[in-house]
Design a protein around this ligand. Structure first.
Ligand SMILES: *Cc1c(COP(=O)(O)O)cnc(C)c1O
Length: 397
């Protein structure tokens, strides 16, 4: 039985449930199975086979069926032509950069990005492979414009940016990139395709850490690049087959399963984070709250324009307190866990100290240490009460 094409006719939630799933032809199971085999039976005469092809029935490093089902769903949810799923978000980012950039090319990227982007572009690709890089505050379109050179091949932005929640205007930067013969990639991890779809806003590539909201349960790592097939075929050949960043079938299956509830979870993340952000604004000992859903966020209007369903579950805030108080505050929390990562079902908080080498790129309020808080899908009242009792113990109310 063939399923209908879910891409054209159905809404986001229906596609999150159905796209990439089908009845298993062998057993009749209404969920596709996990295929854990490393290798596949060869045809009678294998001598013509291309050992570097990404066909699924050859060798699992070249691609497997669970990966392909997930790719089908993510291409649909992000509104792109094709998708490559790899072992982690960083594998997706490095896959994109290695495929697009060569020695002598120039790349412009956001001053607020995931740390591995900074290492890849500003250290590894620059120092080892001669790629030119410019770091820019991409919330300011004039600064982006001024940074473009004749050899600019790629602009890479992250919005909302980790960890300051800065917002860059995807539509305007896409226009600027294309007018100058460059491509635009957007790290969409903080928003997820439920809140924001960069390709629909003109971007050439969307990158996602599937480890975060798309899997959503904190138990599997993965990454994805969504965009045009002509580029993704190159990424597949390089990153997956020749650099070996293939996702395991089990992780692809877990992420496929987790992604079914992405719209439901995002609604709760959006709602809870806004409530927590508003609560934090009322606390005397809180020095600042950064959340794009707050009216006083410096780019709130751009966030409203491009984030259609909400502003995500991550916020950052500071305390009018010293380093020791920051650490003690965390030990009082009972619902919220002190751990890195974000976009999990549970609330996670991390104290980012005063010694970040990239601090000079952040707004001033971030310079004395702050918390990045990934608000989970627990009851908002319980999250707020957990914060309140911890503030009380440190006399911050
Ligand atoms: C976590 C994260 C990544 C990296 O993803 P991994 O799956 O940990 O490799 C990339 N970008 C952003 C914005 C992230 O938060």
């Amino acid at each position: 039985m063939a399923k209908r094409n879910f891409d054209d006719e159905f809404g986001f939630q229906t596609r999150a449930v159905h796209t990439g799933n089908d009845v298993d032809s062998e057993t009749g199971a209404i969920k596709r199975p996990i295929t854990m085999a490393n290798s596949y039976e060869l045809p009678y005469d294998p001598s013509d086979l291309n050992w570097s092809s990404a066909g699924k029935n050859l060798y699992t490093r070249n691609g497997g069926s669970n990966q392909q089902y997930l790719q089908e769903k993510l291409a649909s949810l992000e509104g792109g032509e094709d998708c490559v799923v790899l072992a982690s978000g960083v594998a997706a980012l490095s896959g994109l950069f290695f495929a697009l950039l060569k020695s002598g090319d120039h790349v412009v990227f956001s001053s607020v990005t995931y740390i591995a982007v900074y290492r890849l572009l500003n250290e590894l690709l620059k120092d080892k492979f001669g790629v030119e890089t410019t770091i820019v505050d991409t919330t300011d379109i004039e600064k982006v414009k001024a940074a473009i050179r004749p050899n600019t091949k790629l602009i890479h932005i992250e919005t909302p940016g980790n960890p300051t929640l800065s917002i860059s205007d995807i539509e305007k930067i896409a226009e600027l990139a294309h007018a100058n013969g460059a491509l635009l990639s957007v790290d969409n991890t903080f928003a997820s395709p439920f809140n924001q779809r960069p390709i629909e806003l003109g971007a050439d590539f969307t990158v996602e850490s599937l480890t975060k909201y798309i899997n959503g349960h904190g138990d599997a790592m993965g990454g994805a690049i969504i965009g045009k097939k002509e580029y993704l075929d190159i990424i597949r050949a390089q990153s997956q087959i020749n650099l070996g960043a293939t996702i395991s079938p089990f992780n692809a299956w877990l992420i496929m399963r987790g992604s079914v509830t992405l719209p439901l979870r995002m609604k709760q993340h959006n709602e809870n984070a806004l409530k927590v952000a508003r609560y934090l604004k009322t606390v005397k000992g809180v020095s600042f709250v950064a959340y794009p859903g707050l009216e006083d966020h410096p780019n709130h209007d751009v966030a409203v324009k491009q984030m259609k369903n909400g502003f995500g579950g991550v916020l950052s805030f500071g305390l009018k307190a010293d380093h020791d108080t920051y650490n003690r505050f965390v030990t009082h929390l009972k619902v919220i866990t002190s751990a890195v990562s974000l976009g999990h079902d549970e609330s996670l908080i991390v104290f980012l100290g005063e010694n970040d080498e990239r601090q000079y790129l952040y707004p001033e309020e971030f310079h004395n240490g702050f918390f990045r808080f990934s608000v989970g899908i627990e009851d908002a009242e319980d999250i707020i009460e957990d914060l309140r009792q911890a503030f009380e113990k440190e006399k911050l109310l």
